[in-house]
Design a protein around this ligand. Structure first.
Ligand SMILES: [Zn+2]
Ligand SMILES: [Zn+2]
Length: 651
């Protein structure tokens, strides 16, 4: 037999006979590695430990510590789920079962929707199969034989998968989880070597699904689950899910009276008075930040003739995501899904000089995107939204300084909300427009700005837009989830499509570069983030109701009204709870409404012109003159002070 050379990640190499497996390689290195091994990367291709290595190759063993480890583990757990479902529901057809960021799912065609008792039974069967440590065996089948096998078993979707994923290959890989009832699945793999490796898993919920996610196709039932290497990690994750449920912006938004939704306006929000106050607070905050930084606020049209969208390229590439409307005389029009094309028209509406640049247009008017109804979720996937959008028109030489200013804006804004975040620089993709030298220059300018602003970042090689590189920002919320919000994108393309020019110092005409950027992203999504991050307990400067005045008895109502009037005159958002309820009840209600300050007014307070101050987390502050409280509260608002947090994470 031939010998081959296997090169390991540390650069060392071994001579082994051809046909050896990554499993054998791991065993030759150390018993510990063999025990931890889940799969392997052979010349960067993920394979099973049983994969025969026929040629010289680089081999890396995948363990729980490897970046790909959890994905292999979760996908293998999805197979275990499929094995359990097919054994408990004979005739169930299997669709796909990928790993996800949060766990895994598998889609099935079954006679009736799954119920919670089914999930329990399925999970118990999975545990039995895991306890028996059944091997996941990879078998190479002739492609036609595999297709015939799945067709014969009444699994047309697997036949379709084989056709799509293995075109031109004589053989395809099928997996059995070796059991008397032998479960067979077509899959490219890889998987863990045996079911005994799967320990911390839990089935979570089911949902309706369609083959390939298309409502025109076969309806399916999706089972979601999650899996971790240890029970401890699993339990921590389940706790996070519980915590996330408590913070769910849809639930908190309803409880706090911020917004409501109605099926007749899918994906569009009805902002109630308190939600509107929060929205306006954010909108005005953004204006306060941007006006001193040289931004001009615009209001541009919502509906445009298709010529605009043809010029921007959206008619050709984005039309299915737009709401199309017909003008009265048959004119084809599109509702704007983004502000950029309108801003191009504004820039082009006058002769511009290099002395006018950078020119920064900010706009908060509503945008519409025709999202599929199935993906609409609360405030996070919507059809109508507004952005804190801006387009900065700059010369080539101004890119670095403008991006530097933008990074500082992002730092300031997220700092005001107490949000942690990280930056990602996405560079030239495989398919791109323009010259490589321009791209190199732009990427260098972005790096220079990132370094200058001392902004740590990671690089996403090749992940830029086709028209220019970009910087994205991920916020990490209070329970560790990431939300992509801010973005800074360089664009050389759109100003050219619109024929934009400015007159340079050399008296010649030049095309400006545009920087698309948003800091909140959309107001809707950012508000969802804030609700979940603060669990509805906003810091004073953001709270829709900042103070509530609570008279102890009827005879204190009149004095309480004078206190309310003084608070409102000072610019505080205040309410009065005059209901004839016990003071303890009113305090509890105010706590549930997460109102930061409660001012209790009784005989002594009315006589002394004071209020008894209670903070919703910090508790009793004692009695204070009204003026003193107002001064202190206004100071807290001006400082955008963070809300005191309760000792435990649950609120
Ligand atoms: Zn698989
Ligand atoms: Zn834009």
């Amino acid at each position: 037999m031939n010998d081959i050379t296997v090169t390991l990640p540390d650069g060392s190499s071994r001579r082994l006979s051809a046909g050896t497996t990554p499993g054998a390689v791991a065993a030759a290195i150390s018993p510990r590695l063999a025990k931890a091994a889940l799969a392997a990367a052979v010349d960067d291709r993920l394979v099973d430990l049983s994969f025969p290595i026929e040629h010289d190759a680089r081999v890396r063993i995948i363990t729980p510590e490897s970046p790909e480890g959890l994905q292999v583990y979760r996908h293998s757990t999805a197979h275990l789920l499929a094995a359990a479902v097919t054994s408990l529901f004979p005739g169930a057809q299997c669709g796909i079962g990928p790993a996800t960021d949060e766990g895994f799912f598998y889609d099935f065609v079954v006679d009736r929707p799954f119920v919670p008792e089914d999930l329990e039974a399925i999970e118990n069967r999975m545990k039995e199969l895991a306890a028996r440590d059944l091997p996941y065996e990879r078998q190479m089948w002739k492609r036609d034989q595999a297709k015939a096998f799945f067709a014969g078993r009444g699994e047309p979707m697997k036949v379709q998968l084989i056709e799509e994923k293995t075109a031109g290959q004589p053989e395809v890989s099928c997996y059995t989880i070796k059991d008397p009832e032998t479960f067979v699945d077509f899959c490219v793999g890889p998987h863990v070597p045996s079911s005994g490796r799967l320990k911390g898993f839990k089935l979570l919920h089911t949902s309706n699904a369609y083959w390939k996610g298309d409502a025109k196709n076969q309806p399916m039932q999706r089972i979601y689950g999650t899996a971790f290497f240890s029970d401890k990690e699993l339990q921590a994750h389940l706790q996070r899910i519980e915590e996330a449920k408590k913070r769910d912006h849809r639930r908190v938004g309803r409880d706090l009276g911020l917004f409501t939704l109605h099926p007749w306006a899918p994906g569009a929000t009805f902002w109630l008075d308190k939600g509107t106050t929060l929205y306006n607070t954010l909108a005005n905050y953004m204006r306060e930040v941007l006006f001193p930084a040289g931004y001009l606020e615009l209001k541009t049209p919502l509906v445009y003739n298709k010529s605009l969208w043809e010029t921007s390229g959206h008619w050709q590439h984005y039309r299915e995501n737009m709401f199309l409307v017909e003008g009265r005389d048959g004119e084809e029009m599109g509702v704007k899904a983004m502000n950029c094309p309108g801003h191009m028209l504004v820039f082009g509406s006058q002769m511009r000089s290099y002395k006018d640049l950078p020119m920064r247009f900010h706009e908060q008017t509503p945008l519409h995107r025709n999202e599929a109804s199935g993906v609409l979720t609360g405030l996070t996937r919507v059809r109508q939204f507004s952005q804190d959008d801006a387009h900065c028109f700059v010369t080539e030489d101004q890119i670095a300084s403008e991006v530097d200013a933008l990074l500082r804006l992002v730092q300031r804004v997220y700092g005001d909300f107490g949000l942690q975040y990280e930056a990602k620089l996405s560079t030239r993709p495989a398919e791109f427009l323009g010259e490589i030298s321009t791209w190199d220059h732009a990427e260098a300018a972005l790096r220079q700005a990132l370094d200058g602003a001392r902004q740590p970042y990671v690089i996403n090689e090749g992940d830029g837009a086709f028209y220019g590189p970009k910087i994205d920002f991920d916020i990490t919320d209070a329970i560790g989830r990431k939300w992509q919000c801010a973005t800074i994108q360089l664009d050389y393309e759109m100003p050219q499509r619109f024929g934009l020019k400015y007159v340079g110092a050399d008296n010649a005409e030049h095309t400006p570069i545009v920087i698309h950027r948003a800091i909140f992203g959309s107001f809707e999504r950012f508000i969802a983030l804030l609700i979940e991050h603060y669990a509805g307990a906003f810091p004073l400067w953001l709270a829709p109701v900042q103070v509530v005045v609570l008279p102890i008895a009827d005879r204190h109502a009149e004095y309480s009204r004078t206190v309310l009037a003084r608070l409102q005159a000072a610019g505080l958002r205040a309410e009065l709870d005059e209901r004839q309820e016990k003071i303890g009840f009113k305090i509890r209600e105010a706590q549930l409404q997460k109102i930061p300050y409660m001012l209790v007014a009784g005989d002594r307070e009315a006589a002394e012109n004071t209020v008894s101050v209670r903070h919703r987390v910090a508790g009793d502050h004692g009695s204070q003159p009204v003026t003193g409280f107002i001064e202190q509260a206004l100071g807290e608002v001006a400082a955008k002070a963070a809300a005191p947090q309760p000792a435990s994470t649950s609120v």
